[in-house]
Design a protein around this ligand. Structure first.
Ligand code: GRF
Length: 202
């Protein structure tokens, strides 16, 4: 049985598109059942609708508090029968309650080789630090931002003439396959979170 996956986005949704594309393979262990955005104008919503996947906005601005917004998201996830949640460029920090509800079942992609360069502007941070390799990380979501156990990473070289923009582009191009691989590991049960670590089935 394929695991039912919902994806939360805030913007263009290229990682979401990559997961949707990967999930078309008959042997992929996950099916994408819903796309939810916290902004009505998130470009990814159109991409998802064109693919025939239920896609809708639950704008945080419509709710009095962060918790009320999360309760609405939770209800939508339950209604979709989601078993796993993938954050893909979802720009909201979640409460410990929400994170706890999805512990071990919520993934995020971050554009750096964690634990380096948490937060925003990761490509600028990498250039500033002078690292010669950079990349992306897919991890389980825990209460600490960008701190959860790592599921998959891909590294790229930093070229001498790289700018934050060229780095962002090259990292994004490896994010897509990395996310698809990480979701497959979790959906198939080959990677799971236990005791604050990722356990891989061998
Ligand atoms: C990606 O770089 C992702 O790593 C970060 O936000 C960006 C989202 O891009 N969390 P997209 O919406 O998936 O195209």
């Amino acid at each position: 049985m394929k695991k039912r996956v919902a994806i939360l986005i805030s913007g263009r949704g290229s990682n979401m598109g990559a997961l949707v594309a990967a999930a078309k393979a008959p042997d992929y262990p996950a099916a994408i059942v819903a796309i939810i955005a916290n902004k009505a104008d998130a470009g990814g919503l159109d991409t998802a609708r064109n693919e025939g996947i239920p896609a809708f906005a639950i704008p945080h601005r419509d709710y009095a508090s962060k918790r009320d917004h999360e309760i609405a998201i939770s209800a939508a996830l339950k209604a979709a029968g989601a078993e796993i949640v993938c954050l893909a460029g979802y720009m909201r920090i979640m409460s410990p309650e929400f994170v706890g509800e999805w512990e071990g079942r919520m993934l995020n992609i971050h554009p750096s080789l964690l634990p380096l360069f948490k937060g925003l502007h990761t490509h600028e941070q990498a250039l500033e630090a002078g690292v010669r390799v950079h990349g992306c990380t897919v991890h389980f979501v825990t209460a600490g931002m960008d701190e959860g156990p790592i599921i998959a990473q891909t590294a790229i070289r930093v070229d001498v003439d790289d700018t934050a923009e060229t780095l962002a582009q090259r990292v994004l191009s490896v994010e897509h396959a990395t996310y698809a691989e990480a979701l497959a590991l979790v959906a198939s049960g080959k990677a799971r979170m236990q005791g604050g670590r990722t356990i891989f089935a061998t």
